[in-house]
Design a protein around this ligand. Structure first.
Ligand SMILES: Nc1ncnc2c1ncn2[C@@H]1O[C@H](COP(=O)(O)OP(=O)(O)OP(=O)(O)O)[C@@H](O)[C@H]1O
Ligand SMILES: Cc1ncsc1CCO
Length: 521
């Protein structure tokens, strides 16, 4: 018998303890296969070998009927006794090498992995696939730390791009997180998860068939986004010159369309960011309640998340708004204010990056340094004092923004005397701006709002949106800072908003001081 070809897209892992009492486990398995489950694993930790074999034979009658492979968890004896298609082992069970010896070369063998090292070892030891987890907290597992999509990606990136080892993600995978787990975990090596492994989402669902249909459709939607991202990594991009030409048009469009921008901002800058949005041509809605996030996601054109004054309810709202913005494909701008200043800010930043796909990250050097650490980029560390970045910044700032952008598959903006914007491939340095911007609070937050406005009317080119957003705010800063009626930060603040409203689109072409930075990829 040759090794079966396996479709890992929707992998059901059973658990009698979680199966709804209204039906048998065998019924749940059959319903889930009718809904699209492509692979089944029988996991029974409490049964004797005889009882396990008896149940396995019943489940096998169903899997055989639909030609879906059946794997046995942990117990190789049971797998061999019923001639199952293969087995799955954990890190604390029989070793992968030993399991392969017992199973022979033609059975499917999978192993649970939680670190890049375990994944590489599984490949060496002859596994066919790895289960990567735990991704999120679940009813079945409460690990000390979950991987989240970023941790999953680190494991995918540890594997050679061309290796035939398949990968599935496990742990808390549900309908409402499948798409982003798949799309957000794409490795820089182009590896995309081959499937999702689900326990409670199916056996605990009232309608296992419907739950399976929905999960499979979410996996496919996530896979499509992931494939586009992988293509984007190699696709030819428009030149900076092309982007420059489009800026004045973007500002004109912003004023014509006046898109609604959902802000979850901080108490300090709420009013200034709302006024900056209006002055530039957008329409702000400052809405920090989770209860209205879903409704808003349907009508707004972009979302700005700002962690400046963190409270539990702000965080809840950001997570909810992010989830719905991703589902509605509305761009998200993330402003990790003071990210490195406290443990709460750092852990919230991690939570946000793990819970949604952020399209544009904007921060000062200290904040970007914290993000780099969270996502695993090896860079210098820049200290923060409260919400301000300390010192002269990175020795090679362009390389840092490019590395973080590449790693997160998003656009990264780092502000300061010179602002850097990168999408991981193109990187530019923007020299416009006025020193007064550094002397009032919230000019970074207003920059995020400006980017949010441009992202709203440029949903398919977030790089152009970020560059245009920074240019608009910095040109307004230059005009305001050089006005003779501006005497200091107080008068500057009012003049700054005026000059955002006065900004003529053509000035974005003639007054920009922008340089493309050539970096090796
Ligand atoms: N010395 C400066 N010269 C010119 N522009 C500056 C200067 N300092 C800051 N800026 C501009 O001000 C904006 C905000 O940058 P900054 O790095 O000060 O943000 P931030 O520290 O996040 O601000 P905040 O936390 O107050 O919102 C950017 O558009 C940047 O270009
Ligand atoms: C000063 C300050 N503290 C929390 S948020 C904020 C505004 C700058 O982001």
């Amino acid at each position: 018998m040759t090794k079966p070809v396996v479709d890992y897209s929707l992998y059901l892992v059973t658990d009698s303890g979680l199966n709804l009492p209204s039906r048998t486990l065998v019924q749940s398995v059959e319903d889930s296969i009718l809904g699209g489950v492509t692979l089944v694993q029988l996991r029974e930790k409490e049964l004797s070998t005889d009882a396990f074999i008896e149940l396995a034979r019943k489940v096998q009658a169903v899997t055989k009927k639909y030609n879906v492979p059946l794997l046995i968890n942990d117990n190789i004896e049971v797998a061999l006794a019923i001639d199952a298609e293969g087995a799955h082992v954990g890190q604390d069970d029989i070793s992968c090498l030993e399991a392969r010896k017992l199973l022979g070369p033609n059975k499917i063998l999978g192993i649970s992995t939680g670190t890049p090292e375990e994944a590489k070892k599984a490949l060496e030891d002859g596994a066919d696939y790895i289960g990567i987890g735990t991704c999120f907290m679940t009813q079945t597992k409460s690990p000390k730390r979950t991987l989240g999509p970023i941790g999953v990606r680190t494991i995918l990136e540890a594997l050679p791009a061309e290796s035939s080892l398949k990968t599935v993600v496990i742990g808390g995978i549900k309908n409402d997180n499948t798409r982003r787990v798949i799309s957000h975990s794409v490795g820089a090596n182009g590896r995309i998860l081959d499937g999702i492994a689900v326990v409670t989402g199916v056996v605990g669902a009232v309608d296992a068939k419907k739950a399976s249909e929905q999960l499979l459709s979410e996996y496919k939607a996530g896979y499509d986004i992931a494939s586009k991202r992988v293509q984007g990594l190699v696709e030819e991009r428009a030149s900076v010159q092309d982007v420059l030409k489009s800026f004045s048009q973007l500002l004109t469009t912003l004023r014509e369309k006046s898109p609604l921008v959902h802000h979850i901002s901080n108490y300090v800058v709420m009013n200034d960011t709302a006024n900056a949005t209006l002055a530039l041509g957008g329409s702000p809605i400052m809405a920090p309640s989770a209860a209205e996030a879903e409704d808003l996601s349907k009508v707004v054109s972009s979302v700005v998340l700002n962690i400046g004054t963190l409270t539990e309810s702000f965080v809840d709202c950001m997570l909810e708004a992010g989830k719905h913005a991703n589902a509605q494909s509305k761009p998200i701008v993330f402003d990790p204010v003071g990210a490195g200043a406290t443990t709460l800010r750092e852990s919230t930043t991690r939570k946000i990056l793990n819970s949604m796909h952020v399209d544009i990250i904007k921060g000062n050097a200290g904040e970007i340094s914290t993000i780099a650490k969270i996502v695993g980029c090896d860079t210098e560390s820049i200290a923060m004092r409260g919400v301000d970045s300390l010192g002269s910044g990175f020795s090679n700032p362009a390389a840092v923004v490019q590395a973080v952008a590449k790693r997160e598959s998003c656009v990264v903006v780092m502000t300061g005397l010179i602002d850097y914007v990168s999408d991981g491939t193109r990187t530019v340095a923007i020299e416009n701006g006025h020193a007064y911007q550094g002397r009032i609070t919230g000019s970074g937050c207003m920059a995020a709002s400006s980017i949010g406005c441009f992202a709203a009317i440029s949903p398919n080119d977030h790089f152009a949106a970020a560059v245009a957003g920074i240019l608009a705010i910095n040109l307004a800063g230059e005009h305001a800072g050089t006005r003779c009626d501006v005497q200091g930060p107080g008068t500057f603040r009012a003049a700054f908003i005026d000059e955002m409203a006065n900004l003529a689109p053509e000035r974005m072409l003639t007054e920009t001081r922008i340089k493309s930075v050539e970096l090796s990829n």
